[in-house]
Design a protein around this ligand. Sequence first.
Ligand code: SAM
Length: 236
Amino acid sequence: CSAPSDLMEVARLAAAEVPEVSADEAALRHLLRKRKDTSRAYFDELAGRFGKDYVPGRSWKALAEALIKVLNYKIVADLGAGEGTLAQLLAQRAEKVIAVDLSPKMVEFGQSLATQNGLENLEYRIGDIEDPPIENGSLDLAILSQALHHAEHPQKALDAAFRILKPGGRLIVLDLLQHHFDEARELYADRWLGFSESDLASMLEKSGFLQIETVVADRETAEPRFQTLLGIGVRE
Ligand SMILES: C[S@@+](CC[C@H](N)C(=O)[O-])C[C@H]1O[C@@H](n2cnc3c(N)ncnc32)[C@H](O)[C@@H]1O
């Protein structure tokens, strides 16, 4: 039916004959321009501080959720998964996620959370990251998030991660950069006080990983100012 568009045309022609209409349109254009100027001035002021300042609605969780939507790993393991915060995110995209943890309570809690959230592709297994209950050569991606410094023998954990990856598979290590906060042993049951970038890189190399990258990914502002070490390696 063309009635609404005909009516619009009549209204437009009538409005063209009324001088107030063009004055109103000019005022509206002026208002919109001013609004844009205000917004531009606000963000000009923030340039260079945006990364650190509060931005309503922005969170690392939300950014992780967004990035995970474009991940295309099929079979993934979260080693030393705890309750599986990461595993639960990864399970939204991956075909299968295996979360391994030494603590039966963590595994029980994580598994029931996965069931509640309807994540049938997320399976928790009790096991040691030094010898995970995962078939050799079966993973596209393995993650050790804040778990390596709990291992009695970190090198063994990296060797095991290498073994269970497929050729072309990738390992991501998130851990603490080497620190001197000895109380972490007591407070957080930490076995090692983090790792230096070069220690992690040489352990990865010793396990057989290639394309190794390490970077300090974050720094906490509160004492004892823990820093997060990120390491990546590929089993070629
Ligand atoms: C600090 S939490 C990290 C949990 C999780 N990956 C995260 O990033 O939130 C460390 C976890 O590693 C587990 N863990 C410690 N030693 C382990 C080992 N040798 N094998 C498997 N899991 C271990 C603990 O039970 C705990 O759940």
